[in-house]
Design a protein around this ligand. Structure first.
Ligand code: B4P
Length: 142
């Protein structure tokens, strides 16, 4: 069975030298929280999907972000008994005051420090990803 594929960006910003992650809440289903991401269209690369979905779901362009192409992680989980693969890259919002603009797919957004972002995500694999990305982000200039 071929896996459903999605890609996105785990975006952080630095506020008073503290790291905060962007989490979006879906306006459908269980109203779960994830970073911006979405399905890879036929013929599209994961990278292009991640940038496209970030623009569509958060209104942020590549120019607004420093995307760390060498910092990525893949999550594998099942949705309705079908495998799903999600690729995330780490990205920093260059200007922490840039406003996020939601699409109809999401009803709320939060910028959260590690522990709160982990709690709201609800899934162990995302908690682990956020921990790893937080360690990387700490080594980058804030
Ligand atoms: N229930 C619903 N009702 C109405 N329209 C819906 C719908 N689900 C999807 N849609 C439609 O699909 C579109 C989304 O398309 P896209 O925006 O292109 O794709 P996506 O982010 O990958 O979708 P989704 O939210 O389903 O994925 P996730 O893996 O987070 O989430 C999929 C499932 O996996 C769970 N999940 C999320 N992260 C997980 C993880 N790390 N581990 C295990 N499960 C996880 C989530 O809780 C969720 O149950 C929306 O526009 C909407 O119209």
């Amino acid at each position: 069975m071929s896996a459903k594929r999605a890609a996105g960006l785990v975006i952080f910003r630095c506020v008073n030298q503290a790291i905060e992650f962007l989490m979006l809440q879906t306006s459908y289903g269980e109203h779960h929280w994830t970073p911006p991401k979405g399905h890879v269209d036929p013929g599209e690369s994961d990278w292009v999907t991640a940038l496209r979905e970030t623009k569509e779901e958060a209104g942020l362009s590549e120019e607004d972000l420093e995307v760390y192409k060498d910092v990525s992680k893949v999550l594998n989980y099942n949705v309705n008994n079908k495998p799903k693969v999600v690729v995330y890259w780490l990205a920093k919002l260059k200007n922490p005051e840039t406003k996020v603009q939601l699409s109809d797919e999401h009803q709320d957004l939060k910028w959260l420090p590690l522990k709160e972002a982990q709690d709201i995500s609800g899934y162990d694999d995302m908690k682990e990803l956020l921990l790893e990305f937080n360690e990387k982000a700490k080594k980058l200039s804030c």
